[in-house]
Design a protein around this ligand. Structure first.
Ligand SMILES: [Zn+2]
Length: 336
């Protein structure tokens, strides 16, 4: 296994360093698009109370990636995407769209300033209940399990051994999966109970999520701030009418707060389990033109797939060579 990994890494390095990755990226065909999906760009020690698994890159890695995109690829904006869907224009070769989910503070600290240096316009998806002072459930769960004042935890979702840091990590993964598989509101009840039952977090000077004033300022600088539901529920784990209300409410809030709502949407945790044909039809009826998932692929953008468009995930462990490989059409054929 280790040898296989080594061979793969050597191959990826060769493809990248020889410039072949860039050549390959040009063979995607008409309107081939890699939409990249980031969450946080930060150092884990900056905000140790937040779940570090959501960090997509350190600021240095992100800068390296943006520099590469500007030098060898064609970063596009949401307007380019919408025009391509309407058939008004064709995307350039090696088109890449940078998208960021959830609206963490590091968007303002790192992502926007770095992307702007390379004239790249990231698209930011914000669950509209969170700007100002929201805390996401996965961060609450992370904090609760890190700071639970006992070696065991008994819940309606099973009992967990918390006697070592490694076991706490395993417990976090298992509990997160169980919550995602069950009724969403019930799961949130458990998360809140655990969060309140653990050691309170020290107050920090700034909120973890950027506020509406800051979002408006970013909007004036050209950031497309788009809807990502209101309270970030898993849309197939709540009743359908509530899911529709979540979508509608977030779009209305964006319009009210930003003065402009793009016809764009991101499914929370956009794995195939968490969206459905019915929800896609609802988005279409609401006038949404482009909706993104987290299906880890790059494909040709068409009218047919524009409402459940895949995005390639970016992770801290990704080398620049592996990042470049993900921008080629080989990635959709061969995967990771
Ligand atoms: Zn999200």
């Amino acid at each position: 296994m280790a040898l296989k990994k080594k061979i793969k890494n050597t191959l990826l390095q060769m493809i990248y360093k020889s410039g072949f990755a860039r050549v390959l990226a040009g063979f995607g065909g008409n309107n081939f698009l890699t939409a990249l999906n980031y969450h946080r760009v930060d150092y884990p020690e900056n905000r140790p109370w937040l779940d570090p698994s959501l960090i997509s890159a350190t600021p240095e890695q992100f800068e390296e990636q943006m520099r590469l995109l500007r030098r060898d690829y064609c970063p596009i904006s949401i307007d380019d995407v919408l025009s391509a869907i309407d058939g008004q224009k064709t995307l350039p070769k090696r088109a890449v769209l940078v998208t960021v989910d959830d609206g963490y503070r590091d968007f303002k600290e790192y992502i926007f300033p770095i992307a702007a240096r390379y004239d790249i316009q990231p698209l930011l998806f914000v669950p509209t209940a969170y700007p100002e002072a929201g805390v996401f459930w996965w961060d609450k769960l992370y904090w609760a399990l890190q700071n639970w004042d006992a070696d065991t935890l008994e819940t309606a979702y099973g009992n967990y051994d918390l006697s070592t840091p490694a076991k706490r990590e395993i417990a976090l993964k298992l509990l997160r999966a169980k919550i995602k598989a069950g009724d969403f509101r019930e799961g949130m009840g458990l998360v809140d109970t655990l969060y309140k039952g653990s050691k309170p977090k020290a107050k920090s000077d700034t909120t973890d999520i950027i506020n509406w004033d800051e979002l408006r300022e970013l909007g004036r600088k050209g950031v497309c701030v788009a809807a990502h539901t209101h309270s970030h529920p898993l849309l197939t784990r709540i009743p359908f009418d509530e899911a529709c209300a979540e979508i509608k409410e977030s779009q209305e809030n964006i319009q009210k707060e930003m003065d402009k709502a793009f016809p764009v949407f991101a499914f929370p945790d956009g794995q195939p389990d968490f969206f459905s044909p019915k929800l896609i039809r609802f988005l279409e009826a609401e006038g949404i033109k482009f909706a993104v998932t987290t299906i880890d692929k790059n494909v040709q953008l068409t009218k047919e797939n524009a409402l459940f468009f895949p995005r390639v995930g970016v992770f801290r462990k990704l080398s620049l060579a592996a990042f470049a490989y993900r921008l080629t059409p080989l990635y959709q054929l061969l995967g990771k």
